[in-house]
Unconditional design. Sequence first.
Length: 277
Amino acid sequence: MVPPDKPVLLTGASGTIGRLLTERLTALGWTLRLTDLVPFPSPLPTGATFERIDLEDRTAVRDLAKGCGLILHFGGVSTEQSFEAILGPNLRGGFHIYEAAREEKARVVYGSSNHAVGLYERSTILDDDCLLRPDGFYGLSKAYGELLARLYWEKHAVESVLIRIGSVLPEVPDERILSTWISHNDFVRLIECCAAAPSVGCMVMWGASNNSRSFWRRDARDRLGWTPLDSADDQADRVLGRVTDSPVAERYQGGKFVIVDYTRTDFAPSAMFPDKE
């Protein structure tokens, strides 16, 4: 695919996903503007620059986005934390990203998460229009980001691809990840398609490879032109039986994120919100 003709802003560049994308996209000829709260941990590849900014600084975000046609937004808190810890980077920071995208008429690839729907039981197969059921404050912030994207599309025509990321890992570490795994190659190809598609509107994608145990089904991949080529299936024999000792974590798609500050004993969320068939 032809690299974007304008610079691409990548937030969260020093994180695991950010480093992967920096290495792979610059090798494909992309021009990247990298940013994070912490320094980039490796030498910068050709085609990349780095500026250390806080996503809560609206002016800094706006200035860094100037001239960009695409924003890959993977910055912010990426684990379950207190509401106060997540509020600034994920909610306010997300707002600043979308304001910058509106000003620059840039497309956004928003790094959402499977934790935006983590309180569905694992027996439920989800489509892209399922009810959001976050499993904690982190997942709640991703649900907010998806709604923010929808608002900016409806009111300002800011295009977004919302990737509900499963597990971007070199290999599958345990049984749950057989359902959520996405290979590095599939993930990079997904990002390429997000940039190359003529138009995307505001679409949801399940960020997972072609896993037979997947919790997820329909999304906008046909419109986007992306087909995952890899699968977790050939890793199943190695990890079957690697599970947690928590019945709550093993019941819900969000796994260990669900049990953080979980106080119910009756598994009532399924009764309150019947699963979508």
